[in-house]
Design a protein around this ligand. Structure first.
Ligand code: CTP
Ligand code: CA
Length: 226
């Protein structure tokens, strides 16, 4: 654990990481969100800081406090996260998209609290922008790391996302697995690059997972595709 941190493998690098779950509001007091705790994104921020990087975290709703010694940008929705990330993209060397971004948002955001009435309520949802895919399209030398949360056919879905979104690495976790995924303090990930499996980690603390992932990123830097 101390091995990667003490070697300052990311000295002089600017790392941008997203964390948490976005919040998509449909009236002043109600919203849609997901189970992301922000722990994985914050662990990456903290580990990168200790490895010598200059770190910016763009964080949506989280359950845990943000680490110190990093620049923290708070956002709420996918739209706000998109804006915050794009405006900081040009100066980033490494971008890690650990946030759980809502795939859909309510079409309408009512100015006053919705009143109940007889019968059912239908919420109309529209797609959000895929931030990672947008970063993939606009890549200009950044090393881009995406995440993939899967419940089945992990490798196939992860590789598909890697190619579609033009990522250099994709970190896949099977969210149905014990000790992996949302909420907990541990994770068990498989990392893929364009050629297939790049790193397979056992159940580890999120901090240690972050260090191992960033160790791989450091070893790949310079080989990033344009
Ligand atoms: N992502 C994003 N913007 C979105 C949706 C997802 O940037 N609107 C990013 C996530 O931050 C993650 C990656 O895309 O790094 C994969 O997210 P995931 O939910 O696993 O995949 P999706 O492409 O959204 O596909 P699906 O949910 O249908 O599996
Ligand atoms: Ca999704």
């Amino acid at each position: 654990e101390k091995f990667f941190a003490s070697r300052k493998l990311l000295a002089g690098k600017r790392l941008l990481v997203t964390a948490g779950g976005t919040v998509e509001r449909f009236d002043p007091v109600r919203y849609l969100t997901n189970d992301s705790s922000g722990k994985m994104g914050f662990a990456i921020a903290e580990a990168a800081r200790d490895m010598g990087a200059e770190v910016t975290v763009v964080a949506a709703r989280t359950d845990v406090p943000a680490p110190g010694g990093v620049e923290l940008v708070r956002v709420e929705s996918a739209e706000q996260m998109l804006e915050a990330v794009l405006s900081r993209y040009a100066e980033a060397d490494i971008v890690v998209k650990a946030a759980a971004v809502a795939d859909y948002r309510p079409v309408e955001r009512h100015a006053s609290k919705l009143k109940k009435s007889a019968g059912t309520l239908t919420l109309e949802l529209e797609k959000t922008t895929d931030i990672l895919a947008e970063l993939g399209r606009r890549k200009s030398g950044q090393f881009l790391v995406g995440f993939a949360a899967e419940t089945e056919r992990l490798a196939e879905h992860a590789m598909d996302k890697l190619r579609r979104k033009n990522c250099d690495l994709i970190v896949a976790n099977d969210v149905t697995m014990e000790g992996a995924g949302f909420g907990g303090d541990t994770n068990a990930v498989q990392v893929f690059d364009r050629d297939g499996a790049a790193l397979s980690l056992p159940v580890l603390s999120k901090r240690e997972t972050a260090e191992r992932l960033l160790g791989l990123v450091a070893s790949r830097l310079g080989g990033a595709s344009p």
